[in-house]
Each structure stands twice: as structure tokens, then as C-alpha cells.
Design a protein around this ligand. Structure first.
Ligand code: PAF
Length: 281
């Protein structure tokens, strides 16, 4: 596996691969890789000729007071994992290389970014859309791989690709879970042992919602109330949001019908966990 550190070198590599007709798959990450990322790398391996994994903790998607400085980082461990998975390139630029001068150009999301995580993280999705656009231009993939765990991010990126005619296909990989059901996340390492145990309530809430829908409950408010009650009984859990929206464009819905996204964000101490369920009813 090759480690490439600068956008210029990465762009040169991608151009040379593109010229030989190889299909490049890009898995954008912020590192501290877990099984969720690795499953995307495997999917990319299956569908593409060459796999690039970017590792970059993107400062412009973190708000003031968020965990940019504390975000877990371990590049040598990440490289070893990627080598084992057969990635072709780990692209791991420094902040000064990705943002060598003050930015004047951003990708603005004018809808869908003020819901769910966007509400408590203003500017977050603008930062994500901007860095992902830069990564697409630098790595020139034919396919981009994102996790369903960040459902809002995946929906926004798919819309951005359609709106701006990026010449690539987006693949969304399923949520990978720990044995007890907690969705894998680089932030899980922040949880205290007690909070880690109680955090399983996010998954239990999704299962409960699934059962309610299977029993014929079709009013979002009823499901939201049942889940809210369950989470509120859990020690240490503080709800940021429990929402049911259209799984196509995050618009409000009156009835559980069609593609439906149930999304949760719950804080344990300073750690905010998210999880979701996409239903086709
Ligand atoms: O999901 C992430 O890890 C990040 O938001 C991404 C897509 C790599 C952009 O920085």
C-alpha cells in the first residue's frame, strides 16, 4: 500500500490510474478506523480496481467547542489495518496541505442541513460537503463509499453529487455494530464503562420502533414517544433528538409509509452518539 501525503501527488496518482482505465473507489474517513470503515473498504475492493482511503480530520466540519483537537487519531494503526485489507492508497494529508490558504469557496447545503445533526452543529454539513468535494477532485474516484450510520451525511452527499454533476456513483454501506448492537464509531472510545453499557439503548430503541411498525403503528409521534420514554429511563442518557423523517429528502412526514428514516442522537457525558434505521414500508 502506498501512503500519499499531498493533494498534488494524490491527484497525479489518480490521473495516471484513470488514464489506464482503472476504476477508483474512494472511502473518505477521519481515521481511527473500525470495522464500519473496513467493511466499506472491502465493498470498494469488490466493486473497484483500485481503492483509496482518505484519512483526514477535517477542521472545517467541527464547530467551536467541538472535539477537533481531541478527536482520536492513530495513523500507524490505521495504515496497518488498511494494508491488511488490501487498500492501494492511504491518502493522509495535513491540514496545511488541504487548506494552504484561507478558503473563499465552500459547498453550501441549502436544505436538509438544518435538521437532525445539523440543528445542533451549524456549519457542519457545509464543512463535510466542502471537504468531500475537494476529496472527489483530488482522488477522482468513479465510486465513493459512505456509511449508513451517518444517514444525514449520506443523503446530503448523494444530493450534492446529483446537484453538482460529480461524475461518480455513491455507495452507502450498512451500519456495522458491536456484539450488543451499539453502532461502531470512532467516538465510542470516549464512553465510560457504565455509559458504554447503557449506550445499547440506542439500538434497543430502533428495535422497538421496528416492532411497533411491524405491529401496524404508523403515526411517527407515537413511535417517537415510546422511544423517548425508553431512552429517558436510561441512566446517563440525554436525548439530543429522536426524529422520523422521509428517508429520501429528510422532509417531515405524517405517516410511516415509503422510505422512512428514524434517527437518534443521544449524549452520554460529553459523547454524542447517533444511530438510525431506514425502513421501506
Ligand atoms: O464521515 C466522516 O468521517 C467525515 O464526515 C468525512 C465524510 C470523512 C468528511 O470529513
Amino acid at each position: 500500500m502506498q501512503v500519499i501525503k499531498t493533494p498534488a501527488e494524490m491527484q497525479m496518482w489518480s490521473r495516471s490510474q484513470g488514464m489506464t482505465g482503472l476504476k477508483i473507489g474512494l472511502v473518505p474517513t477521519m481515521g481511527f478506523l473500525h470495522e464500519g470503515h473496513l467493511s466499506l473498504v472491502r465493498q470498494a475492493r469488490e466493486l473497484c480496481d483500485a481503492v483509496v482511503v482518505s484519512i483526514f480530520v477535517n477542521p472545517i466540519q467541527f464547530g467551536e467547542g467541538e472535539d477537533f483537537d481531541q478527536y482520536p487519531r492513530d495513523l500507524s494503526r490505521d495504515f496497518a489495518l488498511l494494508e491488511k485489507e488490501g487498500a492501494d492508497v492511504a491518502f493522509a494529508p495535513e491540514v496545511r496541505d488541504m487548506y494552504p490558504e484561507k478558503m473563499s469557496t465552500f459547498v453550501e447545503i441549502t436544505s436538509m442541513d438544518d435538521k437532525l445533526c445539523g440543528r445542533s452543529r451549524p456549519g457542519h454539513f457545509r464543512g463535510v460537503a466542502t471537504v468531500v468535494s475537494k476529496l472527489f477532485n483530488i482522488c477522482q474516484p468513479q465510486m465513493g463509499f459512505f456509511g449508513q450510520k451517518d444517514a444525514q451525511q449520506a443523503i446530503i452527499i448523494e444530493k450534492m453529487v446529483r446537484d453538482l454533476n460529480f461524475p461518480l456513483e455513491i455507495v452507502v454501506g450498512e451500519i456495522i455494530r458491536e456484539a450488543d448492537g451499539l453502532a461502531m464509531s470512532s467516538r465510542n472510545v470516549y464512553l465510560s464503562p457504565a455509559d458504554r453499557k447503557n449506550a445499547v439503548v440506542l439500538y434497543q430503541s430502533l428495535l422497538k420502533a421496528k416492532d411497533l411498525v411491524a405491529d401496524g403503528v404508523n403515526r411517527p409521534a407515537e413511535i417517537i414517544k415510546a422511544i423517548t420514554d425508553l431512552i429517558n429511563q436510561t441512566p446517563g442518557a440525554v436525548i439530543d433528538y429522536v426524529e422520523i423523517l422521509s428517508g429520501r429528502d429528510l422532509s417531515e412526514i405524517e405517516e410511516i409509509k415509503g422510505k422512512v428514516l428514524l434517527a437518534l442522537a443521544v449524549k452520554f457525558g460529553n459523547t454524542r452518539l447517533i444511530d438510525n434505521l431506514l425502513l421501506e414500508v
